[in-house]
Design a binder for this molecule. Structure first.
Ligand code: DC
Length: 212
């Protein structure tokens, strides 16, 4: 089984993805980390984020062993990832890794922006997570403070709004709900309630399929 979870920055889709994967004993891939890893290599080299040739070469040379690097989680890297991810050739370079991950048994949960629309259009369950931008900014700020980083909530909100705009309006695989995705509004749910709601969606979709 493949579960696709898409949604905007800081919507909680990553946590939901991880928790759903643990619940069903599936593997989990936070696909944002892949774009962040490409961006980080370019940032560290002082390279132009829109240098297509270089970004594509970096994308093909990625080492998945490094996806756990906490330095990928910063706001700066997230913003750079959003820029790099607008390049169609970079997205194309990362497709086969994601599809391969999704296809391996016993099942997988992938979270991102285009999982239900482009990477796994035949996913068994698609969830599109939304949350109020102010709530997302508050959560992202508290997470940053928890990591010992300085964080200004107004600046975090501005970053989130800018990123939403770019992710939604890019030509290549923009952030949008697949026609057959189930919407999950995570604005007023704590983590446990969000996980419960996501499991309920998975079970409802599976039950619906079995009746057909
Ligand atoms: O989910 P995140 O904040 O880690 O994602 C960082 C950026 O990567 C996001 O702003 C856009 C890009 N991204 C993408 O284009 N497609 C995905 N499937 C995941 C992330």
């Amino acid at each position: 089984m493949i579960i696709a979870i898409d949604g905007p920055a800081a919507s909680g889709k990553g946590t939901l993805g991880k928790r759903l994967a643990a619940h069903y004993k599936f593997r989990h891939l936070d696909t944002g980390v892949i774009y962040r890893a490409v961006a980080k290599v370019l940032l560290d080299a002082g390279a132009d984020l829109t240098d297509e040739k270089r970004a594509v070469a970096v994308a093909y040379a990625l080492d998945p062993e490094k996806f756990g690097n906490p330095a990928l989680k910063t706001q700066e890297v997230g913003e750079a990832a959003s820029v790099v991810s607008t390049i169609p050739a970079v997205r194309a370079a990362l497709i086969s890794f994601q599809r391969h991950f999704a296809g391996e048994p016993p099942g997988a949960v992938l979270d991102g922006r285009d999982i239900g629309t482009v990477i796994c259009p035949h996913a068994d369950v698609k969830i599109f997570v939304v949350a109020d931008p102010y709530v997302r900014a508050r959560r992202r700020t508290l997470e940053a403070i928890g990591r010992g980083e300085a964080a200004d909530e107004a600046a975090v909100l501005a970053d989130i709004l800018k990123r939403d705009e770019r992710d939604r309006n890019r030509a290549a695989a923009p952030l949008k709900a697949a026609d057959d995705a189930v919407l999950l509004d995570n604005s007023h749910l704590d983590i446990e309630s969000g996980v419960r709601a996501a499991i309920d969606i998975v079970e409802a979709v599976r039950a619906g399929r079995q009746r057909i």
